[in-house]
Design a binder for this molecule. Sequence first.
Ligand SMILES: [Zn+2]
Length: 382
Amino acid sequence: MIAIKNAKVVLETGIIFDGVILIEDDRICAVGPARELEIPACATCVDANGAYVGPGFVDIHVHGGNGHFFYSEPEQAAEHFLSHGETTVLATLYYDLSREEFLESVRRVKAAMGTGAAKAIGGFYMEGPYMNPKYGASPEKNKWRGPIIKDDYQEILEEAGDLAKVWAVAPEREGIEPFVRDAKAAYPGTTFAVGHSEASPAQVYKLRKYGLRLQTHCMDATGRPDVMRGTRSCGPDEACMGDRDMYAELVCDSCGIHVHPDMLRMVLENKGVDRLILMSDSIVSYGDSPEHLRHIEDLVFDANSLLSGSKLTLDIACRNMMQHTSCGICQAFLMAARNPARVIGMDDEIGTIEVGKKANLVFVDDLFHVQKVMLEGNFWQK
Ligand SMILES: [Zn+2]
């Protein structure tokens, strides 16, 4: 048994300032204030030295980082994010992979899962393949612009199975509904997201009955089919704002380039803490940044100097969110751990510090500098 003492334990409902957490095997077996919770004599004590101890971060949308893509080097990618407190990640596969590459990538990641740092890989986030080429899904790289045909996707659906926790789609793509229906019928736990899209709210809401309840990077890589110059129609961002139950993903970089701080505050005000998800959208790319953005370290650009994701990890995204909005430390953990666990249906196992859940923990100071990470009851050391 491990006893973590002298911790500020971040719960869903608040903070225990003199907290103790007891861990047996890979599970949390008790949590409480030091004055109420006796530490068994057999336990190995770990002094948190007053650090905040929160649930390990759950990054549902992350392609890779520190030079490693999940699809090609899952263990190395997982190591990078684990060292930043991400104890659950969804390996994110993008529309730029061909059918064969999707299949190979899924097999490669599945083979790595369950050992070492790759224990943190909880499944897949399929960002595509059916996106709108107009929004971020660059036409040269997009191999999925033609008609949506069952023979093209069926094998990928089967290979990924229920590990594909999220499928992001552009609802305006012709023939998308049969794809979504097939995926939902085969794997009822699947969540669908709207992303890289200019779908109207009606087109988005039409897919709600299949489990569409998430927006891929809200306020980012979307458009609206405006009817006339000077007027404003509604696209996926507005659809998300207009449905209380929909979750919004946010890329929260240090300078508010993906989403401006004014917009972050507006989205927070509209959706509320319970429907926001911080994700990294971290990716590996070596394009040059435009001159005026060269000083910003957490952005990634493609070969055409277009914004193409981030170098974020969720510890830093939490700090950025606190810097740009009125969000506090508890709320940051809700957005970076509990809410993402909920949207992918894994909240009975992860996402909060509760008795019976996996002992996935991150120790941070008040600036979200990571001090220690525990994955399934073991402290992570490279
Ligand atoms: Zn992405």
